[in-house]
Design a protein around this ligand. Sequence first.
Ligand code: PMP
Length: 388
Amino acid sequence: RREEGDELAVAPSSGKPPVSPDSIINLDHGDPTMYELFWRGDAGERATIVIPGWQTMSYFSDVGNICWFLEPRFEREVRRLHRLIGNAAAEGYHMLVGTGSTQLFQAAIYALSPPGAAAGAPMSVVSPVPYYSSYPAVTDFLKSDLYRWAGDANTFDGETYIELVCSPNNPDGGIREAVLKSGTCVAVHDLAYYWPQYTPITKAAAHDIMLFTVSKCTGHAGTRIGWALVKDRAVAQRMNKFIELNTIGVSKDSQLRAAKILKAISDGYEHAPAAGDRNRLFHFARRHMKARWGALRTAVAASGIFSLPDELPGYCTFAKETVAAYPPFAWLRCEKEGVDDLDGYLRERKIISRGGTKFGADGRFVRISMLDTDEAFAIFVDRLAAMK
Ligand code: PMP
C-alpha cells in the first residue's frame, strides 16, 4: 500500500522543470544533476538507506573524537575512498564533517584568523584570479572583524594572509599550487574537484587543511555533506568550535546517507568490477565528461567566436593510464570584437552563465557548468555552435 510521502521516491531529484529547444538554459550553478543517471541504476539500489524513527536522535556521534558529531561509519568510508583513489593522504589527519564544504571553508578561515585580529586588523583572505566566486561572497557577507576578503593572491601586497588554493580550480580547471609569499601565510586547499572524473590523480595530496565535498565527488549536492582533513590538532579543534557555534553539529541522517553512498562506490570497485561502468562511478562520470567536452569543443570550433583553456593530459595513478582533464566548468572566452559582456550576450540567447567579473576576471569570460542534465547540455552546445 502506498503511503503519503512515497511519491518522494519517484519525483525528479532536481526539482527543475523539463527543458525544450527554446527554453532558458541555466548553467550558472555547478548543480551536479549529470550523476542522476548513474544513481538511478543498480548503484542507487545499493546506496539506499532506511532510518527508523528512533534512530539518529542524539546530538552526539563519537564523544571521544575532536569532531564529536562525526558519524564513525562516514569517517570509515571517507578514509576507505581516499585509500582507493589515492587522491589524499588521510592517514594521520584529523577528520571533520561539515554542512557542505562551504561550512568547512568558513570554519577554516575562522580557525586560522588569530583571535586578536579583532583589535582592528582583520586577517586577509586571498586567492589567485580567477578565483571561485563564493570565496569573496562568503568571506565578507557577515563583515567579520576577524577576516576580510583581499582579492587576487598574485597582486596582494602584504605578509600575513590566508590563501585559498582551489585545485583543479573553479572556474578554469587549472592545477594550482599555493603562491604563499612568506612564512606567515597559511593555505587552505579546496580539493572539491580532485577526483578522477575531472583530472588525472597525480599524487596523494598532503596539505595542512584539505577540503572535500560529496557534492562534486558523487553528485549528492543536496545531501550537504563535506569533510576536512586537518593536520594540526589545535586548528582542527578551532574549526570544530566554529561548527559547534554555527549549527551545533552536522545532520547525522545526511552523514549516514553519505556513508552508504561512498560505500556503494568503493564496493563497486572492490567487489563488483566485472559489472562495468554501471558500478564504477568515476569511470561512468569520466566517460560522460569526455563526451561533453568533445561536444563543447566541436561547438566552439563550429562557431568560431569562442575559445577554451587547453586540454591538460597527465598520468592518472588511479586509472593507470594517461588521461585528459575534463574540468567541471568551461571557462569560455569570447573572441568576437565588441562583446565585452559575454554573460549578457549569452543571456540574450537564453543561456544563463556566470560572468567573469565575479571571479575577479574580465567580462569576456564566463563560467559554464558542465555537470547539468544531458538535455540542458545538448541544447546549450547546439545554441553555442550557431553563434557567429
Ligand atoms: N568549493 C568549490 C571549489 C566549489 O565549486 C563548491 C561548489 N560549487 C564548493 C566548494 C562548495 O560545495 P558544497 O558546499 O556543496 O560542499
